[in-house]
Design a protein around this ligand. Structure first.
Ligand SMILES: [Cu+2]
Length: 232
């Protein structure tokens, strides 16, 4: 695994890192090899007195092989990466596991707004609770995000959760994660969205279960008695 990565605190983060590492090592190996061969050839076949240059037409099989063999290698490696990445994509992006909590996220120049359903457990009602730049979730539960933008394209990025999702005006996009470790983690906007983009920063707080109940009790007292585990 790559040591310079941020800490992983998400259930699917290991899978994402696995695909990233595979691509990193495959591309890194071939990059070094091909650049090495390129510089060797540049040196080996440099201009020297007494050596006339050869005109290469590229229409003989021995010459075509230099194109066709790499093409087959690239295709094979692509398919190999697809074979590993496909199931991870299906698990993380195409499927929403049941249960947990739901939070609506709105990107706007230049804040992230997080909306909770409030005491009645329903969205788009008068008691919804909205906070700027603070996402609070319980540890070990599925967190369902419903992402919207009020103005331009943003990208919702929690590095430690290995979640990055573009947020587009006019569209509603779902995402989810399940955090494995309490703590406070950074949320960023990963799409250049205007002059305040650099400052479009929020924090994810992952609470242990009791702590989350305490936080909910503070924010919307009527809901404190209700058990978590139901989707809002
Ligand atoms: Cu943004």
């Amino acid at each position: 695994m790559l040591r310079w990565f941020p800490e992983n605190i998400s259930t699917f983060g290991g899978d994402i890192d696995g695909v990233f590492s595979l691509i990193y090592y495959v591309v890194g190996f071939w990059f070094l090899l091909t650049e090495g061969v390129l510089f060797y050839f540049i040196f080996r076949y440099r201009r020297r007195s007494g050596h006339a240059p050869t005109y290469v037409r590229g229409d003989r099989w021995t010459e075509l092989v230099w194109v066709l063999v790499p093409a087959v290698i690239v295709l094979a490696l692509d398919l190999g990466i697809d074979a590993v990445g496909g199931p991870v994509w299906a698990r993380v992006k195409e499927h929403q596991p049941p249960g947990g909590v739901e939070v609506h996220v709105t990107g706007k120049q230049f804040n992230w707004e997080f909306t909770y359903p409030g005491p009645d457990g329903k969205f788009d009602t008068a008691d919804d609770v909205t906070m700027d730049n603070e996402l609070h979730v319980p540890v070990g539960q599925n967190v369902h995000l419903v992402l919207r933008s009020r103005d331009v394209i943003h990208s919702f990025f929690i590095p430690t959760v290995r979640l990055k999702q573009d947020v587009l005006p006019g569209r509603t996009i779902k995402a989810w994660f399940n955090a494995t470790k309490p703590g406070q983690y950074e949320i960023a906007c990963a799409e250049l969205c205007g002059f305040g983009h650099y400052n479009m920063r929020a924090f994810l707080t992952v609470h242990d279960v009791d702590d989350y109940q305490r936080w909910v009790h503070e924010k919307w007292p009527a809901a404190a008695a209700a058990p978590t585990g139901d989707k809002g």
